[in-house]
Design a protein around this ligand. Sequence first.
Ligand code: MN
Length: 715
Amino acid sequence: MIRQYELIERIRAYNPDADELLINRAYVYAMVQHGNQVRASGDPYFSHPLEVAGILADIRLDSASIITALLHDTVEDTDATLNDIRRMFGSEVARLVDGVTKLSRIESQSTRTRQAENLRKLVLAMSQDIRVLLVKLADRLHNMRTLHFVSGEEKKRRIAAETLDIYVPLAERIGMQHWKEDLEDRAFAVLQPEARRNIVQRLELLDRERGDQVGQIIGALSQALNDAGLGAEVTGRRKRPHSIHTKMQRKDVSLEQVSDIMAFRVVVDTEMQCYEALGHLHAAYRAVPERFKDYLSNPKENGYRSLHTVLIGPDGHRIEVQIRNREMHEFAENGAAAHWLYKQEGGGVDGRQYEWVQQFLDILESASSPEEFLSHTKMQLFPDQVFCFTPKGDLKALPAGATLVDFAYAIHSEVGDRCAGGRVNGRQMPLRTELHNGDRVEIVTANSLRVTPEWDRFVVTGRAKAHIRRHVRLRRREEFIKLGRQLLDAEMREAGHVWRERQLAPVAVGRELDSPEDLLAAVGDGRIPAREVVRALYPEAPVDADTETVVSIERARRRRGERPRPLLIRGVIPGLATHFARCCHPIPGDRIVGIITTGKGVTVHTDECLTLESFSHTPERWIELDWEDEPEQERPGHVGRMRLTAANKPGTLAHVASLIAGNQANISNLKFVNRQPDFFDILIDVEVNDTRHLNEIMAALSARPEIASVKRAKR
Ligand code: MN
């Protein structure tokens, strides 16, 4: 366990202005709060926040982050409240601690790894200050380092899988290469112990056969540079078992055939010396052709700079060497954090804590590769979405502004229709309550329908709107039926007839209506005068000239010979033509609604389609639709549209086409929309079975290096 003064010394070494008093106060406060709590290892609990603070000191973070690390579990696991923290350590620390606490709560709710992508987004959306994410990652790192103490194989595997699914990609995205590898290898040890043991044993065998290769090569490289009069720091390491494993898998080779299981690094003082060192090394050892890369004059998109080369090393084996100066080295190791460190030099640290976050965001903003960097790293990246949990821990992604009622409908239409109340994070809240990221939402349902027209004023999802409006329509219909019955009854009495409802069936058929009730509703809403029904039943009565004024849309359509298409959709109206909207290209798996257009029939839109807004004033035109559950192979080809941004290189399009064909899909249309010298955008229509099929294709495409982004095209 690090001692108090050791921690302070480590911090002072890089930050002489650190708030020593406040750090000490946090140290003592956390120690007292955690009291007698112990870790699975048997160590006092306090050793954990202390180690987390140590990890952050290693990457030279500011005082507020260190203090947050010391306090990060106090609100969740002790009597301490956020108010206590704010009073004692200020609002900045309180805000950071609150962020980390919220992330920890999410963690305990999530159970399903297939929602990893959503969870990663949620974690990013909730760590609005990147320091929250850094503290959380350091917390996870220490927990992974002590995972072997945790009892229960199942629990260990769950934590390791979550680390791999959620935290490894996040560490990578913000450039924390070091942490990424550490987390990844420790998860690997838990999830695939056999594979890892195998690699470790073979590495040990290599050591016995060849001795300390890393040490020998470091010596030889240093010697070569020293002889040339260049002072350089040479380090080397064997790659982690996990990355060796990945290489073996990817190239399908044995460990002995993996050429670069060792990586060496030469760190010099200036940029110019990088080239000097490269020259000396190439003079002393043979360089492998075409493996030299100059990321110094051509930095990677995330700002990474270095010279890379591969040499035939002193023992005749290939070795990978990276050459860089100190600043580049910091950036390569600690991405986000290093950037802060270098920008801070020459200025005081405290009082400028926010600036580096902003600068980091600026870099991301100007980065040119959206997939690799910008889209995965920017905080508050998903302002148009909120992520909430069901009581079972399932994650629901909803549009921003979604309410309890939207959430209820997102679970199931039955739940929405019967939703009587709800609890957000355990507290009873009104149905109109807007949801926030990470909310845990519980819906209380009644036995009877609870839908009211008022809901329509605050719900935001198309799905909720369609259901609510349908109920409003149904209710109105019932009122019309009641009214129609009264009108007809009065008319019948006047004509001296006694009548029964079942007499109306043939009249309804004559009018191409489905049932006597439909006829009554038509009478109630004025489409068919009651007198006309009486006359149809008792035709001896004289006929007025102006009776045939109502011609149903239905009949007009049939006269034109339109036939319903055999669609695998529930809820379509027989006799009405149905087609898919070209704005959003719905395919099975999307949530859908129908819009009735006079003379056109029903247009099927996705639930999220923006076009739907223009129909919000005409609820009577909305109908509820759903896909039939059909076996996949019987689904006709549905056209989904993708927008692709790809490098403008020869062969790119051929790759795209063969990849789509390889996924059993046809390209039905392809259109260039934006052709630049370096990149182009294309809209591709593909015939697919459903969203899963399309998603598989999109995943395969986005894995190609020449493709910058792939999205569903909504317009
Ligand atoms: Mn913790």
